[in-house]
Design a binder for this molecule. Sequence first.
Ligand SMILES: [Mn+2]
Length: 199
Amino acid sequence: MHNTVESNNLFAFQRSKALQQYCGDVYFTHEDETGFLYVLSDGLGSGIEANRAARATIDAIKEDIHIDLTLMLEKANQAVSGLRGAAIAIIKADYLTKTIYYTGMGNIRFYMIGSEDKLVFPLSGSGFLSGRKQKYRLQTYKYKPGSKFILHSDGLVLSRVRNNLESQMCVTKLGHLIEQAILDIPSDDVTFLLGQFPD
Ligand SMILES: [Mn+2]
């Protein structure tokens, strides 16, 4: 269980179901001056087997973070064959064109403010990664510079998403506030990444 300020513009929080040693949610973050790549994977069930499946997807993705997102998703899919399945979402930001690329399977949620000031929440494919070949959809959006976004597993129930994202607080303060709504001993693994796009 931990929360970390990963950078000036990303706050990450994670707490395991029943405070178990192994969390079934695993995430990966990468950022450079051109953009970022964030991945959140929720292994089916909880505990070490869930962690193993989620970790396998992340490890596969880390092998090459510059390939197309749908290819990345297929690599993650192949990585869980023989393991538990996983729900996953991959988001990639391109700061130059102020674009977000999104793909995912299953119940990971992503909310952001689009360029027209609309709340954007792309839906993932239904089901989960299981090792069986599937079709994946890549979605693209323009983001509003300077706005906040959140990527979270289904262990977090977030209300008033838009109000949260429009808060003037920095991501660390807002992250701590969101954290207060999470049970001390959660009934599911909980992870969220709260970030802010550059101006
Ligand atoms: Mn879950």
